[in-house]
Design a protein around this ligand. Structure first.
Ligand SMILES: [Zn+2]
Length: 468
């Protein structure tokens, strides 16, 4: 519902109190070019969090969610969103990505960690339990979904190849490993092992080009190992997606350099997926709005830091999750240098993840997998070809797109401060909880300011799947 109060446009949604996790009403309010999520707890007062800063304009970006949910519900509406996840009948989207957390262990001790890994106290799921999760995903969404094996750090499990093989044998075509890359770098032959098992892609933690960044964010300086791990994945035909967590004051200035490196290492590196930092875990002080990065901050930073090679206008809202959750762009290096945007103002005919769930999943899976083996002699845009110079056939162009396209995207996760239940109901990245419930990623990782969790580590009687 849109209303106008005191000259500012507002939109009503719901949220939680960051202190007591009580459900509260919330509004998106415009102040000039900026949008804030404003909410008030009867006990803990008002919270005002920036959700959009500057151009491109918020109003032009926002659009109504389109209902495409086809999957059955597993939980009933009892306490209302966001307390009935599993998913419940009020959820609007199928999952496009199912996250399976196969371990809580990690070989790093990052100050920034969604999963709060490393405690070692959480028992590891058995292969039989993981098989149950895979079947649960199949039952809910079918095989055409991105399976992301996550943790913790999944490579600390010696049976990771067996877990990948199991997923492939159950019919999932696209399995991605979410990794910091350390084991891939340190263990000769490990990348080949993952590829042989059927891993298509790595969702590769990559925060910048400077050891100091890794020391601050990950507790260990290992840039050289990062580069080695990328090379090994590329060598063995595993598509690499660089995933930087961007923290103001730490690596915001590295955004352009990361994209330039990705272009240099393209087509082996398939994309960059930025994740502005969120505030999870114990966080007694209200995070300063200045320390938050919104989607437009990231689009403008990409334009500035790439020297205009990519423009803010090249990016488009997502095709399937809520438009306030992400943006994406696809770019094709031109034979003579420079980039052609296939999305946004400059494109839109191809390279788009729009057009519904199935199309979006297959597009992403194809883009994040290793490139098809280049047939240089057949490529009409290549200098070695015998075709007419300067004229490219459609087939040649499409071949070049398939092989060389780089995707640049950004996902703004929600924490307890900026949680917007209208966004959450459109979430399509679902974590499979140990008891088989499918929980939207942001809610699964959400904690109160005191560190109390909403879902992680908790079971619920509101779950039809248990016992099946
Ligand atoms: Zn409260």
């Amino acid at each position: 519902m849109t209303a106008c109060c005191g000259g500012r446009v507002s939109f009503e949604t719901g949220s939680l109190c960051p202190k007591c996790l009580r459900k509260v009403s919330a509004t998106r309010e415009m102040y000039g070019e900026d949008a804030y999520l404003v909410k008030r707890c009867p006990e803990h007062g008002e919270f005002r969090t920036i959700i959009w800063r500057g151009a491109p304009p918020f109003q032009g970006w926002e659009r109504k969610p389109n209902v495409v949910r086809t999957s059955e519900s597993q939980t009933k509406v009892e306490r209302g969103c966001p307390f009935d996840c599993g998913i419940c009948p009020t959820h609007r989207k199928n999952a496009c990505t199912a996250v399976l957390e196969i371990t809580a262990r990690c070989n790093l001790h990052c100050p920034v960690c969604f999963a709060e890994s490393g405690s070692g106290a959480v028992p590891e799921p058995s292969l039989a339990e993981i098989a149950q999760w895979y079947r649960r995903v199949l039952q809910a969404y079918g095989p055409d979904i991105i399976i992301q094996l996550s943790g913790g750090e999944p490579t600390v499990r010696d049976d990771l190849p067996a877990i990948i093989e199991m997923g492939r044998s159950l019919g999932f075509p696209f399995i991605q490993v979410n990794t910091n890359g350390l084991r891939i770098a340190l263990e000769e032959g490990y990348a080949a092992l993952l590829r042989q098992a059927g891993a298509a892609s790595v969702f590769f933690q990559f925060d910048g080009m400077d050891d100091e960044i890794y020391r601050r964010l990950r507790g260990r300086a290992f840039y050289a190992e990062k580069r080695l791990a990328i090379d090994r994945c590329v060598e063995h035909g595993i598509g690499v997606v660089l995933v930087p967590t961007i923290v103001p004051g730490v690596n915001f200035h590295e955004i352009g350099a990361i994209i330039k490196l990705a272009l240099e290492l393209s087509p082996g590196v398939r994309g960059v997926h930025f994740q502005p930092v969120g505030y999870f875990g114990r966080c007694p002080d209200v995070p300063d709005n200045k320390s938050r990065l919104t989607l437009p901050d990231m689009m403008r930073a990409i334009e500035e830091q790439t020297g205009g090679m990519m423009h803010a206008g090249d990016f488009t809202p997502p095709g399937w999750e809520n438009t306030l959750c992400s943006f994406h762009g696809t770019f094709l290096p031109k034979p003579g240098g420079g980039l052609q945007a296939l999305t946004g103002h400059g494109g839109g005919c191809c390279g788009s993840a729009e057009g519904g769930d199935a199309h979006a999943v297959s597009f992403t899976a194809r883009q994040w997998s290793a490139p098809p083996v280049a047939k240089v002699s057949d490529c009409c845009c290549c200098e070695s070809s015998g075709s007419t110079p300067g004229i490219e056939s459609l087939d040649g162009f499409l071949e070049r797109v398939r092989t060389n396209m780089l995707s640049v995207s950004c996902m703004a996760f929600q924490d307890v401060w900026n949680l917007d239940l209208e966004r959450t109901r459109d979430c399509c990245i679902h974590v499979v909880a140990p008891d088989g419930r499918m929980i939207p990623f942001c809610l699964y990782n959400l904690t109160s300011a005191e560190g109390e969790r909403l879902y992680r580590g908790k079971t619920s009687a509101n779950n039809d799947y248990i016992g099946q």
